[in-house]
Design a protein around this ligand. Sequence first.
Ligand code: UT7
Length: 321
Amino acid sequence: MGDIKAKILSVGTYVPEKVLTNAYFESILDTSDEWITTRTGIRERRVVDADNPVTAADMGCRAARVALERAGVAAKSVDGIIVATFTPDNFFPSTACRMQADLGCTGAFAFDISAACAGFVYALTVANNMIVSGQAKTILVVGSEVISKTLDWNDRGTCILFGDGAGVVVLQADGSGRRDKGILSCYLSSDGTMGDLLKLPSWGDERFLSMKGNEVFKHAVRMMSDASARAAGQAGFKIEDIDFLIPHQANIRIIQSIANTLSVPMEKVVTNLDRYGNTSSASIPLALEEAWGDGRVKDGSKVLFVGLGGGFTVGSVVCII
Ligand code: UT7
């Protein structure tokens, strides 16, 4: 049991077709393409179309089918589905249970977790621990969000930032004893005292995502830099040993500040928020898909995932692809 590691076999993603450019926000709000681009790095984002509504489970299933196909894994041999989302289809049944039914993963347990924008890293950590302990062999780790439904479209400080999408990795047990493959370290931390800085209430009339952006910004840089250094250290690496930093995609200035704090050159940092905005728990698998797809990330690459979200929640994972 002690020699089992969890390795990422594949990634799959899905984003809705509808694109909202910064020009759209110029037409509905007191904002500008120049402000949004320079303050956030975002140029456009994908959103679910009201005429073709898809849910977090629907998008998760589309991404999962791609990931399963790429991994050559049959739906029936999946042991578990863990979905990170703050925009679930229902309070219950969980988004994961809906995906289990739609995908035909008849042998899988399924549950959702709530860790906002750090959700993918939290789900990956839970899945890793279940695999390492021998409880499961193959787990779908999902981040899927329909954030457009939660936004106040009159609040220029939030509605310009977010997009919808889904990403899934197939995580599987590897008993070969190899040190050069799979997840090497996971670090999680939370600070509930800062809950009011970024929140989405479940009940009441004000059910919109709200954020004190510039305060979140400062904590995001500090906490994600710290989490990155910890996961690298626990894996036995110096930060310069890491080939690619794949951070949660909230704001290009946050990402640049983290890279600067850690002395990681931007060539080693994967970003795609210019095209997708902040997709919360989907942002890390969307970035992984891109860097793996274009050949930057390949067999043997040492990658560091790091995310931070409302809660606050922060987490990091070091993995060799
Ligand atoms: O995913 C979870 C984690 N989330 C994040 O990490 C997000 C963290 N925060 C941020 O990305 C940034 O704080 C924002 C992009 C949200 C805001 O950027 P900022 O540089 O921190 O701006 P600010 O909130 O300090 O606001 C500066 C000014 C304000 O105007 P005044 O009071 O100086 O006159 C805002 O009203 O910019 C104004 N402003 C805007 N102006 C044009 C805020 N949003 C906009 C906008 N267009 N969309």
